[in-house]
Design a protein around this ligand. Sequence first.
Ligand SMILES: *Cc1c(COP(=O)(O)O)cnc(C)c1O
Length: 338
Amino acid sequence: MGVNIDWNNLGFDYIKTNANLRCRFDGKRWSQISVTEDEYIRMHIATMGIHYGIMAFEGLKAFRGKDGKVRLFRPADNARRFQSSAYKLCLEPMPTDVFVEACIQLVKLNIDFVPPYESGASLYLRPLMYGSQVAIGVHRCPEVDIVFFASPVGPYFKGGMQLIKVVIDRMQDRAAPRGTGDIKAGGNYASSLLSGEKAHDMGYDNVMYLDAAQHRFVEECGAANFFGIKNNTYVTPASPSILPSVTNDSLRTLAADMGLNVEQRPVTVEELKTFEEAGACGTAAVISPIGSIYDIDTQEYIDYGKTIGPVSLALYNRLRDIQYGRAEDKHNWCVIVE
Ligand SMILES: *Cc1c(COP(=O)(O)O)cnc(C)c1O
């Protein structure tokens, strides 16, 4: 490989690759996808997207497998979620085939940046869309700009999975019912930044967000979905303000394959202490097993033990094995790039 990167010490920082892709909807039709080395977006000062947060993003990964093949994990599912984000923000949705083709093209152009198999690292793909019309009034934005860039990223947990400490803090809600919590809008991250920072300052890894209307139900764990395991059942919260995670969907399928029951339903804060295992899940880490949860307001402390639960570990290994080509991909999740 021709690039000079210390593959075993990659973090989650931006690294310049060979090329990124641009695409534009002018209000009538999509442009061809163009390839550029330019890392900058030049935009008008009155671009609607950045004034009013009319923007959405995606995150997915490409993996170099044990067999040397490079696999994209479920890109069509990210395409569909990108479309639902666009719909809710009144932006033109990008067709699934165009999105998937762009991901494949981006990986091919940056194939030298897909980390070697042994590193446990991957190439992260970041599609981003924003309303690019120049205007001051607030209204539907018929012009859309899309960027697809990639960056090699390290495994989330260096030296193996680690238990995380989670805090329930009601100082800030992540998303309102019937708001934008179920789409990948940039503003959702903006509105959970302050509480996340406070949690880190207090020594916690993540904030557990509760439903904004009653603060009775579990929603998300940082920027990841939550699941709990008990009585041979995989339980994950259902709520209109939870972001539908592709990882969580995959884990539900794998849990069912393993003979577990799968329940997607409201989960109260009181139920948390009844789980045998708990975890956060998303593309970044697949699973972050939760070691403890502390509720700031009730001062209740839940300890899930000092070791990673067997079900969480089995689910994690099954998913990673599919992504790295070590296990049969019987649900056809991977798209082989080359
Ligand atoms: C992206 C995201 C997730 C994880 O989704 P994946 O598709 O599994 O990566 C979970 N919660 C929030 C709020 C997110 O933005």
